[in-house]
Design a protein around this ligand. Sequence first.
Ligand SMILES: *[C@@H]1O[C@H](CO)[C@@H](O)[C@H](O)[C@H]1NC(C)=O
Length: 340
Amino acid sequence: MCFCLALYFVLLFLSCASAHPYGGLRSPRHNLDLFLHIRAAIPSPDVNLVGVVIVRIIVCLVVAVSRHLEYCPPKQTVYLPVLIADTPTHQKCTSLADKDYTKLINLRRYYLGNVPYGEAIFGCHTTGQIALTFDDGPYEYTTELLDILKAGKAKATFFITGSNLAKGPIDDESLPWANIIRRMYREGHQIAAHSWTHPDLQSLSEIDRRNEMYRLELALSNILGFVPAYMRPPYSSCDGSCLATMKALGYHVIYFDLDTDDYNHVLPDQIYDSVAIATQFIEAANPRTESILSIAHDIHPLTVSNLTVAMLKVIKDNGFETATVGECLGDGSSHWYRKV
Ligand SMILES: *[C@@H]1O[C@H](CO)[C@@H](O)[C@H](O)[C@H]1NC(C)=O
């Protein structure tokens, strides 16, 4: 009896402690279920139900309050992002107004269209299309890339990183990035998410992972007035709990089937290897029956000036056309973003 009660309180504490950090206390219904479940296992069920539920509520309150203190001292709610500029440090609270984040936290994230949410997607399926994607920008070479794409009448998808490589936050209007992102959108490219600071999302806690996405969303909503419904995980690392987060936040999780491996071939005597990888892949594909989803990074100068130029030629010569990821997945463009 005593042992069972002790076990009950341990379970109770654990269930409270593992409760969703954004969800607060669990429902009374859950309390009751748990209680009845455990009481059924006790030989003489003379435990006071009301008393136990009260104790549970107290334990949960203690947990909730300690959480609150852990993440943010006075005046901020527990789920507010605490990222500061470049460093994913969580010691300090952000000075940004609460309401900026509240609008993202409260955003209704409907699942629209037929492309799955929160599941890894490795390829697309509109035949004859190649979705060129570029990660980690905008950066120094992105304007040149936009010029090249424009000259080649090509469309691409940009998986945006908010503040990496010491470039400063993308929504700082004194820096060039916000204008570059608006130009991407204006010229028909798709804007997608690649986190705020490019961490391994899989290794982060739920709250830190959400902060990485919310902070980027805040920046993109400042710049464009909407947030993307497509994302790519940094280091291709996101399963289990991370995919669940992305599903909850309403994201399509996009990988690739053509890895140009450009980041391993950044030097002039190396880039040709990436050109060869891409060329062979594209030449081996049949535009009447296949589509391609490629990855490269617009933070490397030769990816822009050499690899992309070469790929555009091979794409054309082999009867493919470029497309955004959304188009290549057959997803209507009204589903690519969420208005904030
Ligand atoms: C790319 O670099 C290779 C040398 O690695 C060179 O032969 C080629 O002409 C370059 N292509 C472009 C488009 O600059």
